[in-house]
Design a binder for this molecule. Sequence first.
Ligand code: ATR
Length: 270
Amino acid sequence: MNITARTKICMIIGDPVEHSLSPQMHNAGYEALQIDDQFVYLASRVNVNDIADFIKGIRAMHIRGISCTIPHKIAVIPYLDKIDAVAKKIGAVNTIVNDEGKLIGYNTDWLGILVPLEKHITLQNKTVALIGAGGAARAAAFAVTKKGAKLAIYNRTIKKAKELAKEFNGEAYSLDEIQNVKSADIIINTTSIGLKQKNKTPIPKKYISNKQIIFDAVYDSEESRLIKEAKKQDAQTISGIEMLLHQGFAQFRLFTGYEAPIDIMRKAIT
Ligand code: ATR
């Protein structure tokens, strides 16, 4: 451990946050580049009602970088000094950089969706079924439509699906119409269904086929039921760890100014 009085603090905030693998991932990167005297990465559970106080704390303590996870990605926006153009379009911030007292909001989640998907498929004219309409779904909608895919959004609260569909030129469905995902080339889950209740899945197995790619953007220590069942159906699968890694590599660059040592960061959490 090389922490000194000059070491800059980065951290993830969320509620809950204890499951997060971001501290292992970022600190392994600092160590590998021998910048662990310059940066340390922690985690803090912050209640969404305390976000204004937390932002004051960032300023008071000169914290260098913040990763935001559930439920802070939208809540932090009004408190920041500047929002980068992509984060503004997505409408969610997963990264805050403290640039000498100026708090700038970025979004790297969309790269966490795009980079793993493009290793499997060219998105132009493909159909994407997106489950959920929260912060992660907004990043996914931005990523896939940027590359010319056609979007269908499925959400418990249909109003939110319609709002998102309007912004990104997609179609909106309720979860009662989930059977329509059968015709999609790609299915992306961004809901926490299956995270809290491990035996649950947002998509019945019978609607998944070997012609599809199933991306479960939500990560957990064990494989989700959705991914397990997709494998049984011989679909191609992408786990939430891939999203975590690729949004994290871009975040690492924003916090430190260095390229992320990707193999070491991957090894630290897999
Ligand atoms: P994030 O920023 O990670 O995307 P979020 O903004 O809280 O998190 O969004 C969570 C998404 O999961 C929402 O689409 C939510 O549906 P609603 O818009 O209806 O709230 C969805 N979700 C969470 N728990 C769910 C459940 N038990 N059943 C169905 N959808 C659920």
